[in-house]
Write a protein that binds this ligand. Structure first.
Ligand SMILES: [Zn+2]
Length: 123
């Protein structure tokens, strides 16, 4: 049996797809365990109720949103003016999309020259 490159490629693709399906099925099964836990016997002792200590007033006050974002109106802490999402949008470079476009066009041009030249030079 000879192993050609297309056969090897399709084999690797099939193995990758099977791995993805298996991972997804395992995640799905783990969620089923959370929803429907295994039945427990009557002899199992119930856990004691625990009291959750109240958060300190200083920490609770720091977590309260008391102002809104200037960009989108999301409630945020008072010592900030922008939410993290709007701050990241503002910090992004203005011409980032064009830079990516030029990189893609340059890559396509280089690959066209390489593969086209190789195709033309092949006897
Ligand atoms: Zn915002």
């Amino acid at each position: 049996m000879t192993m050609t490159l297309p056969a090897l490629t399709s084999l690797l693709t099939a193995a990758t797809a099977l791995t993805l399906v298996a991972n997804r099925a395992r995640k799905w099964l783990s969620t089923l365990d959370v929803i429907a836990p295994a039945p427990t016997s009557a002899a199992t002792p119930m856990p004691k109720a625990t009291t959750i200590p109240a958060a300190s007033p200083r920490r609770r006050k720091a977590n309260l949103p008391d102002t809104t974002c200037e960009g989108c109106g999301t409630p945020i802490p008072g010592n900030e003016t922008l939410c993290p999402l709007c701050a990241r949008k503002q910090a992004a470079a203005k011409g980032a999309g064009w830079t990516t476009l030029w990189h893609w066009l340059f890559t396509i041009a280089v690959l066209t020259v390489l593969y086209g030249g190789a195709y033309l030079l092949t006897p």
